[in-house]
Design a protein around this ligand. Structure first.
Ligand SMILES: [Zn+2]
Length: 412
């Protein structure tokens, strides 16, 4: 009894298997057609669809902003068959070889003429912005109403021409970049290879900008004569100062070329201050007073007049100063000013009253032969030119051709 039941059950099972086998032996295959042309047979549509998706994805990876589709029409024709003779491998190979792509793009038109294909509508916006930016000088600093000095502010920019776009499917090779599109609009050359056009821009970019320029106003110099000063002497009575003028200029440019320029405002923001110079008219005495002043700024006497190292030292040596200025001991006229071997740079002043003074070893000389100098006026800087062992002034006093002891005339 038990056994029988088991056999029955088995029998049903066997029957069932037989039925399934019969169903499967009658199968559906799909004839894959590319633009109506058969390229093979598959048992599942998904195999083809997955392959197409993979191919598109692979292609898209090379162009991040592209949205691609397969250009060909891929269709399936089902057929019920007993014996399956699918050739999936061949179908996939054909797809990979023969499929071409279309980009979901926008066609850019300028004044109704197609000039480029861009991947996205957003790129057209970028073309417009780039086109405008090419001709705008405003650095976009301040958003204030007023243009401050040295700044340029954009007042208006408009494109004289209609740029629009429409969605299309385009071949990948016809897709342009934003830069190419801008270039085509600017130059009027619609092909990179041949330039047949006159090079006229397809649209005009008209920019209105305001710039406030700051300009210096040079100060004047006024010279006033005064007998409070000796001839040749000057004194600044009032320091001069440059002024400042600001000008607001409005410029209109068309494709970068200035077509209009207008001064909107002009204002002196700082008046210049005239420099007033006093000029001495009092005749300068070239005759000495007979009284001498110390010819240096401080310092010490390092050598007096007299026998030294078997030779006669004709003057005194002054050294140890922090200010190197050498002064004329009295009014007079410069009779020598130049280099002489042992004295180095030397100045001799004739005081017009029989006295002459001599200054030697100067590092630089500020006077020339023939100059009238005043008592205490700077004639040069202390130095160590000529036969000298250190920075010092060698100072001699002569009267009527004979040597005087300087220390009888000057003291610190
Ligand atoms: Zn000396």
């Amino acid at each position: 009894m038990w056994k029988k039941v088991v056999i029955t059950v088995l029998g049903i099972a066997v029957l069932g298997v037989g039925t399934v086998y019969a169903e499967q032996s009658m199968q559906t295959v799909y004839h894959v057609q590319m633009d109506g042309r058969e390229i093979g047979t598959v048992t599942e549509k998904a195999v083809v669809q997955d392959e197409l998706e993979a191919l598109v994805k692979q292609k898209e990876e090379q162009h991040e902003d592209w949205n691609l589709t397969v250009a060909e029409d891929i269709t399936f024709k089902p057929e019920r068959v007993f014996s399956v003779e699918a050739d999936e491998g061949q179908v996939l190979e054909r797809l990979e070889q023969d499929v071409s792509y279309a980009v979901e793009a926008v066609q850019v038109q300028v004044n109704g003429q197609s000039i480029a294909y861009l991947p996205e509508a957003g790129d057209v916006e970028e073309v417009m912005e780039t086109l405008k930016a090419e001709y705008v000088n405003d650095e976009g600093g301040s958003e204030e109403e007023d243009v401050s000095a040295g700044e340029t502010e954009l007042e208006n920019v408009y494109v004289n021409g209609v740029i629009d776009y429409a969605p299309v499917q385009a071949a990948p090779s016809s897709i342009n970049t934003v830069e190419e599109t801008v270039d085509r609009i600017q130059t009027g050359n619609l092909s990179e290879q041949v330039s047949l056009s006159s090079g006229e821009p397809l649209v005009d970019v008209i920019v209105t900008e305001q710039e406030r320029e700051a300009e210096m106003i040079a100060h004047k110099v006024e010279v006033r004569n005064t007998d409070a000063l000796y001839e040749g002497e000057t004194e600044i009575h009032q320091e001069g100062q440059d002024g400042k003028r600001e000008t607001l200029i409005q410029t209109v440019t068309e494709n970068g070329e200035t077509t209009e320029e207008e001064v909107l405002e002009e204002e002196v923001v700082e008046d210049p201050v005239t420099q007033v110079v006093l000029k001495g008219t009092k005749p300068s005495p070239s005759t000495g007073s007979g009284n001498f002043v110390w010819p240096a700024v401080g310092g010490v006497i390092t050598s007096k007049q007299g026998e030294r190292w078997g030779r006669y030292h004709k003057g005194i040596d002054i050294a140890g100063v922090s200010d190197l200025t050498i002064k004329a001991a009295d009014h007079g006229k410069v009779t020598e000013a130049g280099y002489q071997e042992s004295f180095g740079n030397k100045v001799v002043i004739d005081h017009g009253n029989g006295y002459e003074t001599l200054y030697a070893h100067l590092s630089s000389i500020d006077v020339q032969v023939g100059d009238t100098v005043q008592q205490g006026e700077k004639i040069g800087d202390m130095g160590t030119t000529g036969h000298s062992t250190g920075v010092h002034l060698h100072f001699e006093v002569h009267k009527d051709g004979g040597l005087e002891n300087p220390l009888s005339h000057v003291s610190q």
